[in-house]
Design a protein around this ligand. Structure first.
Ligand code: G16
Length: 543
């Protein structure tokens, strides 16, 4: 077949953010854009020659066409083999598993995660390495450098490959293996969790609702929860993946998963509710009338993971991103295991997991996972919760109450100001940065600043240094506010304000989080002048 070498020029270079490159779908569809980026990836990783890649995506608009382009370019660049999920549909954690299980050289994951999909919404592409995790900083930099100097890309002139039939086919010299997207993932879950206990739980009348938000976890959740574990048909709602996620925002938090929240606070609420995002790596956990923050979920899973067969030997350590609450740290202390604090972005957990220093990781942005893959894993978190509920016989609300009584409660909330003018957001952060030396000792209402800095990280495994990872202001009395600009938005800047206050008095643990955090919220605004500078009188999203 004919290999075309197409002359091109760099297109508005942008470094991949916390999770690959995310842009408007129309940007990705523009002439040469996707091709330039794919070639930059293949060059940035050395070359494609003789390599095997996993390819799949969350099914959003442009997924099928983009997969065909990547296949043609991988073949033209000399790749030996591509492992593609049937119809190109693959959740991010399942992709990570396939990359590891088949000992491949990495994978292309097509997704903009929790961002909406559609021709006028978002698309994304991420390269994961042979350990199954997102490309390291060094590789991300190498890819970015190539995007700025690219002059040509290689693409095979060929028909689209039929991805419907499981089996093996050829694209010129490259072998394409089309695999069932769910089977290998299901086997991995069956090794980690006590499926018999969860099956018995459902048989005993336990009811749950899983909101797949018209995204990629639908087929995984229907098969594993309903077919294998015996949950009643209809347990999974919105289970068919759609290119535009049914017009919704597939981000599992109380705002965007309002349908599920309505069910869980309604008169006939089931025992347990969960949701997952566009590409299946995020999760939301909610009991009957009891929403669990991602930070609390990480802490609870850390405390009880040993109840699941895959973790019965205990955990080597736990890792959380810096803005995530410190709830997991105190569990780690009581277990006598190390706790790591990393920058935002799952890639920073990779070295700790590879080195066996941490077993479980989590982030405030609704991601939890373990060393079973190198991505966060929504359904994994749901199954671990189910395993814990089956083993303890306790409800979500009782588990959380017991947890807080034992370890204290970290009241926690994130306030997001979306699509802020980038110049305004950057100057707000710059001014905060310059004010850091003078903040310590200053009081804001009843809160006095004990320490203020900009988070930087020295990776304890590979020694790499990462700076500029968010401004944190700590107050006396275990309260904290963190200011950070999102790395995943596609429009203007998103300012994230992370608020936290520890409560150890047993009779003070049932407050509304916004009320419990009111002093920290006021201090955050006084310190950063958010309302004055952004012209917003309240956050766009409060979670
Ligand atoms: C991605 C990364 C996460 C990270 C999140 C932060 O999530 O995979 O590790 O916590 O971005 O997002 P932001 O920079 O907007 O705060 P996802 O689910 O979008 O892949």
């Amino acid at each position: 077949m004919l290999i075309n070498t197409v002359q091109t020029a760099p297109i508005a270079g942008q470094k991949a953010g916390t999770s690959g490159l995310r842009r408007k779908t129309r940007d990705f569809m523009a002439p040469h854009f996707l091709e330039n980026y794919v070639q930059a990836i293949l060059d940035g990783i050395g070359s494609a020659d003789g390599k095997t890649f996993v390819i799949g995506g969350d099914g959003r608009y442009f997924n099928p066409q983009a997969i065909q382009t990547i296949l043609r370019m991988a073949a033209a660049n000399g790749a030996a083999k591509a492992i593609v999920a049937q119809n190109g549909l693959l959740s991010t954690p399942a992709a990570s598993n396939l990359i590891r299980q088949y000992k491949t050289d990495g994978g292309f994951i097509l997704s903009a995660s929790h961002n909406p999909g559609g021709i006028d919404e978002d698309f994304g592409l991420k390269f994961n390495m042979s350990n199954g995790g997102p490309a390291t900083e060094a590789i991300t930099d190498a890819i970015f450098t190539r995007t700025k100097e690219i002059t040509e890309y290689k693409v095979l002139e060929a028909q689209d490959v039929d991805l419907e039939q499981i089996g093996t086919t050829q694209l010129d010299d490259m072998t394409i293996e089309i695999v069932d997207p769910v089977a290998d993932y299901e086997n991995l879950m069956a090794e980690l969790f006590d499926f018999d206990a969860i099956h018995a739980l459902f048989k005993g009348g336990f009811r749950m609702t899983f909101d797949a938000m018209h995204a990629i976890t639908g087929p995984y959740a229907i098969h594993i929860l309903e077919d294998v574990l015996g949950a009643p048909t209809g347990t999974v709602i919105n289970g068919t993946p759609l290119p535009d996620f049914g017009g919704g925002h597939p981000d599992p938090n109380p705002i965007w998963a309002h349908e599920l929240m309505g069910i869980m606070t309604g008169p006939n609420a089931p025992d347990f509710g969960a949701a997952s995002d566009g590409d299946g790596d995020r999760n939301m956990i909610v009991g009957r009338g009891a929403y669990v923050t991602p930070s609390d979920s990480l802490a609870l899973l850390t405390a009880h993971a040993h109840l699941a067969p895959g973790y019965k030997g205990g955990l080597a350590g736990v890792a959380r991103s810096m803005p995530t609450s410190t709830a997991a740290d105190r569990v780690a202390k009581s277990l006598g295991i190390p706790a790591f604090e990393t920058p935002t972005g799952w890639k920073f957990f990779g070295t700790l997991l590879d080195a066996g220093k941490a077993t479980i990781c989590g982030e405030e942005s609704a991601g939890t996972g373990s060393n079973h893959v190198r991505e966060k894993d929504g359904l994994w978190a749901v199954l671990l919760w189910l395993n814990i509920i089956a083993s303890t016989g306790k409800s979500v609300a009782d588990l959380m109450t017991d947890h807080w009584q034992r370890h204290g409660r970290n009241y926690y909330s994130r306030h997001d100001y979306e699509a802020v003018d980038s110049d305004i957001a950057n100057s707000l952060m710059d001014d905060l940065r310059s004010s850091l030396p003078n903040l310590t000792g200053q009081s804001f209402g009843d809160l006095t600043v004990s320490k203020a800095d900009e988070f930087a990280y020295d990776d304890p495994v590979d020694g790499s240094h990462t700076s500029g990872q968010g401004i944190r202001v700590m107050f006396e009395g275990d309260a904290r506010v963190v200011f950070r600009l999102s790395g995943t938005g596609t429009q203007g800047a998103t300012l994230r304000v992370y608020l936290e206050q520890l409560e150890t008095e047993a009779d003070q643990m049932k407050k509304d989080p916004q009320e419990a955090l009111s002093a920290v919220i006021a201090a955050a605004d006084a310190i950063a002048q958010i309302r004055t500078r952004t012209g917003r009188d309240k956050p766009d999203v409060i979670t």
